[in-house]
Design a protein around this ligand. Structure first.
Ligand code: P6P
Length: 340
C-alpha cells in the first residue's frame, strides 16, 4: 500500500475528533497513551526468554491466580503511562484488588480506564498469542475520588473499548461506538497503521470455541447446544462444525472478529460460587462492545452482557459471543430450559 494512503492511529483519532465529533481531546489522548503502552508491552512480550520476564512472578493476583512476571510488567507499564496525562480520574486492573487513584501531584480527567493488562498470560511461556484488553467509562459527575462504586456501570456506558493482540503481528482493535477498526503495528516506524475499517462478523458460522474438558460440569442447555454442533451433518443442524480453542480470549475473539465463530465460556457447576471464569468489567464488557459494534451478539446465555449492572469490580460472568445467529440459538436453549 503506498505510504501516502497509510492512516496512522493519530490521524484516525484526530479525524474522529475534528470531522465526526465522536471523541474529545482527553479521550483521544487516552487512546494514544494506551496504544503506546501496548507497543511497550508488545516489545516486552516479543523478547520472550531473552527479556528475562518469562515464568512466574511468585505472587498471586486478586483472582488467586499465579501472576506471570509479564502480568506485573504489563500492569506497571499501563499504570505509569496513564498516571500523568490528566485524562483519567482512576484506573482499575485485573491485577489489582482495588482501583488505582491518580497521584495528587497530577491533574485528574473525566475518564475511568479498566483493563486486563495481559490476558491469556498462561500461554506466554509456550509462545502463544496473548493480549491487553481495555474498557473506557466516564467518571460519574461529582466523584472526585473514584472508588470501586464509580466503576460499577453497565457495559452500555462504555465510551470506548479495545484490545491489542500480540501475535505474529501486533494488532490494536478499537471501537469508539461507531464501528470496529484495526491498526497494525509498523515496527520499523513504531506507529499503529489503519488496516481494517468497520469490521463485520458473519451472522452464521461453522466454527465454535470452547474448552471441552469441562463438558461434565455444563448445564443441560449447554450440553444440548454442543451435542448438536458435534452431531454435524447427522444431527438437527444438517452441517458440520469445526472447533478451535486457543485458551487466550484475545486470540479467540480476534479470529471470530476476522472470520466469524462463536466463543463460549459457560457457567459450569465445577464451582457454583463462580458463575463463569471470565471477568465482566475488563474481559466480557469490552469484548461485548466490540462484537456488537461488528454486528455480532454477546450474552451470558440468558441476558445481554452489556445490560448487566455490575455489583463487584472483579465479578465473573458466563460469556457467549460472536456470530449473532449462533449466540441467539444457544441463548434460546438456556431460556427454554429456565422456563421448562
Ligand atoms: P481455560 C486466560 O486465562 C483466560 O482468562 C482467557 O483468556 C481464556 O479464554 C480462558 O481464560 C481460558 O480458560 O479454562 O480454557 O484455561
Amino acid at each position: 500500500m503506498p505510504s501516502t494512503s497509510r492512516v496512522s492511529l493519530t490521524r484516525f483519532l484526530i479525524e474522529e475528533q475534528r470531522d465526526k465529533g465522536h471523541i474529545n481531546g482527553d479521550l483521544r489522548l487516552l487512546i494514544e497513551v494506551v496504544a503506546r503502552a501496548c507497543k511497550r508491552i508488545s516489545i516486552a512480550v516479543g523478547k520472550g526468554a531473552l527479556g528475562g520476564v518469562l515464568g512466574s512472578a511468585g505472587t498471586e493476583n486478586v483472582q488467586g491466580e499465579t501472576q506471570k512476571k509479564l502480568d506485573v510488567v504489563s500492569n506497571e507499564i499501563l499504570l505509569e503511562a496513564n498516571e500523568w496525562g490528566g485524562h483519567l480520574a482512576a484506573l482499575a486492573s485485573e491485577e489489582m484488588d482495588d482501583p488505582h487513584p491518580i497521584p495528587h501531584r497530577y491533574p485528574k480527567g473525566e475518564y475511568l480506564l479498566v483493563f486486563d493488562p495481559l490476558d491469556g498470560s498462561s500461554n506466554i511461556d509456550v509462545n502463544i498469542s496473548v493480549g491487553t484488553i481495555f474498557s473506557v467509562l466516564r467518571c460519574p459527575d461529582g466523584v472526585s475520588e473514584p472508588d470501586e462504586k464509580a466503576f460499577l456501570q453497565p457495559g452500555t456506558q462504555q465510551v470506548a473499548a479495545g484490545y491489542a493482540v500480540y501475535g505474529s503481528s501486533t494488532v490494536l482493535v478499537l471501537t469508539l461506538g461507531d464501528g470496529v477498526h484495526t491498526f497494525t503495528l509498523d515496527r520499523e516506524q513504531g506507529s499503529f497503521i489503519l488496516t481494517g475499517s468497520n469490521l463485520q462478523i458473519p451472522a452464521d458460522t461453522g466454527e465454535f470455541a470452547i474448552n471441552m474438558s469441562n463438558i461434565r460440569h455444563w448445564e443441560p442447555p449447554m450440553r444440548r447446544y454442543i451435542d448438536e454442533l458435534l452431531a454435524g451433518k447427522t444431527g438437527p443442524r444438517g452441517r458440520d462444525f469445526n472447533m478451535r480453542w486457543v485458551a487466550s480470549m484475545v486470540a479467540d475473539v480476534h479470529r471470530i472478529l476476522t472470520r466469524g465463530g462463536i466463543f463460549i465460556y459457560p457457567r459450569d457447576l465445577k464451582d457454583p460460587s463462580k458463575p463463569g471464569k471470565l471477568r465482566l468489567m475488563y474481559e466480557a464488557n469490552p469484548m461485548a462492545m466490540i462484537v456488537e459494534q461488528a454486528g455480532g451478539a454477546a450474552t451470558t446465555g440468558r441476558e445481554r452482557i452489556l445490560d448487566i449492572r455490575p455489583d463487584k469490580l472483579h465479578q465473573r460472568v458466563p460469556v457467549f459471543l460472536g456470530s449473532r445467529n449462533e449466540v441467539k440459538q444457544v441463548t434460546a436453549y438456556h431460556r427454554e430450559a429456565d422456563t421448562a
